[in-house]
Design a protein around this ligand. Sequence first.
Ligand code: KG4
Ligand code: ZN
Length: 353
Amino acid sequence: MLCLGIESSCDETALALVQDGRLVDAVLSSQAETHALFGGVVPELASREHYRYLGALFDELMHRSGTSTQAIDYIAVARGPGLLGSLLVGVAFAKGLALGLGKPLLGINHLHAHLFAIGLEHPLRLPAIGLLVSGGHTNIYRLEKPWQCHQLGRTLDDAAGEAFDKVGKILGLEYPGGKIMDALARCGRADTVPFPHPYLDNDNLDFSFSGLKTAAATYITDHLHNLTWPRPLRNVQDAPKQLCDCCASFNLAIVETLCCKVQRALANNPDIHTLILAGGVASNTLLRERITRLMEQYGGTAMLPSPQLCTDNAAMVAYLGWLLGENGYAHGLEMEAIPRGRAIPEDMLCCTA
Ligand code: KG4
Ligand code: ZN
């Protein structure tokens, strides 16, 4: 069966085709350069860009893959969380196709799509603990089935990626800062600045990174203000040692905090021996190393998607849509886009139940 996936929740316009659990083809238009001018995503610009490119990208995908629209069995679209205007563009497009072609519509939780994306590269092992670390979310889940994901913890304020991006902005690094801070961290010493490992003195699985962000901002103002480096910094070789050390120490504080809560989740769920890492921050070099080591010590398996599958993409939407479609799930045309901050309802119908 063939599933079309549509992703437009933030600043990537993307479509993909997944057939029987395998990626057929994908197209993507990134708005990163547009938003980099403003140091963050501008919602109105984002929805206009989706509106401008979605139709042309769909035509390109169909043409390039030699697929006729009638061959599509399911139409999956990221329904939230995300920017409302951006989501609406994708959801309206998906509804139009579903109505026109008479095919089932699946409104996909963008966060769940990140978590199950690994299934495109390796056989899914469930149940699993899922750690989703992106620009907008830092959540821990118990994943039973593609349609049964229990959230165990979440961030109370900034997400891990958001903390990277905000500190990156203070350092004058190009937005989003996570990737370059990872590269700078690899050139520095992580034991230089004793940044706090936040919100560990409790027994829950929630996160709070805003205090760490403030500690980094204070350190930068107090200790790095006399340093100069090319802005924007394009080459890590041009970075002074103190900048690399600061990034390495900040990176370590985030990674160790994430790993500590993962260990706690595994201890609370002793029947689980698989950890799925997902989201943009899942590309982080140290996080991948530490999670791999942690799972080796635990005698379990770490499932790490390749970097292109970590960031926003439509293959993950098509894949989860395919999994749900094959198991008889579908939405009616009344399915709504759900912006960030509103819970996504469990309103998907299962025809085989
Ligand atoms: O999942 P994603 O592409 O978009 C959201 O749904 O948020 O995640 C983007 C986030 C950004 O905050 C970016 O700085 C961060 O992922 N990121 C990284 C790395 N690569 C991307 N953070 C740390 N290390 C990286 N290598
Ligand atoms: Zn995402």
